[in-house]
Design a protein around this ligand. Structure first.
Ligand SMILES: Nc1ncnc2c1ncn2[C@@H]1O[C@H](COP(=O)(O)OP(=O)(O)OP(=O)(O)O)[C@@H](O)[C@H]1O
Ligand SMILES: [Mg+2]
Length: 329
């Protein structure tokens, strides 16, 4: 372990479990994520290390192990692949695919609201990842822009590819008691479903609510509920109607308000059945009008009176027989 520097740069330059820690990528509530080199394979990875102050905390240790097992169990193009997880010299780590790009939080902070087509593409990718997790009976529980990694897509049809990461708060749906108790929240409250606030059981529909908050933010520039005070924010999730997206973002048709209202319903039973159902409905609502309006056809133009009436249909040739002939023939 040559060139090891413990302070002030922390583990940067050191070797941990066969990974050389190169630079910090970001930090969250319980861990710091580094860009590192897998010295066995010579590839770049993202190495997530549990913050030292939590290493002796059993609850955090369990959550860390849980995250790695859950994330590694799902093989999906929009979920960050986990390579390895373990513990060495009292340090808990997860090595995962390094995603070259920015998280969606950083993208929104930099660019503001996204163009409608980009918001829909990102929503669809997240929806497919979440539905796959839900089919495994897993609930993410922390869907938020900071847990969405955005990288370049494969071609102009798919300009961006997004990954859902950080199953740190995920748990087996309704079957485990979990590591957080009702009232204990980790991270932001902007995306938390009302049933979680109320301490009721959560399932995939709670992720759908959070996804709807994220999608709302990608289109409106801010999540549906913003309050100065945490308690007021929790109250709003539970009782306040979401502001109309069509009023927050010019050009969005009111049909989209109905879709968001359903996805953000206070009662899970009133929401869509799956995340993809939500995104499909939203896409349809946005396609009806606004920037994604379909190209008008000749029939539309005639209906709008901008084209002369259709020419009379010519009489079918004699050999066509009675089937194609009009009633007067
Ligand atoms: N696989 C990865 N590839 C590239 N960057 C990553 C990867 N995983 C995480 N990051 C970066 O590290 C940051 C911190 O991640 P982390 O999950 O620890 O915190 P968080 O999501 O912001 O907060 P929380 O602890 O509430 O989940 C992310 O926001 C992202 O920018
Ligand atoms: Mg995270």
């Amino acid at each position: 372990m040559s060139g090891q520097v413990v302070q002030p740069s922390g583990p940067i330059g050191t070797e941990i479990a066969g990974y050389r820690v190169d630079r910090e990528l970001g930090r969250g509530g319980m861990a710091v994520v580094y860009c590192a080199t897998d010295l066995r394979l010579g590839r770049t990875v993202a190495l997530k290390l549990l913050a030292p102050e939590y290493t002796r905390n059993d609850s955090f240790r369990r959550r860390f192990h849980q995250e790695s097992r859950i994330a590694a169990a799902i093989d999906h193009p929009h979920i960050v692949p986990v390579f390895e997880a373990g513990e060495t010299d009292g340090i808990l780590y997860i090595a995962m695919c390094y995603v070259h790009g920015l998280d969606l939080r950083a993208v929104l902070d930099r660019d503001g609201p996204l163009p409608v087509p980009a918001a829909l593409r990102i929503a669809a990718q997240l929806a497919s990842a979440l539905d796959a997790a839900h089919e495994h009976d897993l609930v993410h529980r922390d869907v938020k822009p900071g847990n969405v990694l955005v990288t370049e897509g494969v071609d102009s049809e798919h300009p961006e590819h997004v990954y859902l990461t950080d199953f740190g708060l995920a748990k087996k749906s309704l079957s485990l008691t979990g590591f957080t108790t009702a009232g204990e929240f980790v991270g932001t409250l902007d995306y938390v479903a009302p049933e979680r606030v109320a301490g009721r059981p959560v399932d995939g529909r709670s992720d759908l609510y959070s996804l709807a908050c994220v999608v709302y933010e990608t289109l409106a520039g801010a999540p549906p509920f913003r309050r100065d005070d945490d308690l007021e924010l929790l109250w709003a999730h539970q009782y306040d109607p979401p502001p109309l997206l069509s009023e927050e973002r010019p050009g969005i048709p009111s049909a989209a308000d109905d879709i968001l209202r359903k996805a953000l319903a206070k009662a899970p039973d009133d929401r869509f059945g799956t995340c993809l159902e939500f995104v499909t409905a939203l896409r349809a609502a946005l396609a009806d009008s606004g920037p994604r309006r379909r190209t008008p056809t000749l029939v539309d133009a005639r209906a709008a009176g901008t084209l002369p009436a259709a020419e009379p249909v010519p009489a079918p040739p004699a050999w066509a027989g009675p089937v194609l002939k009009g009633p007067e023939a």
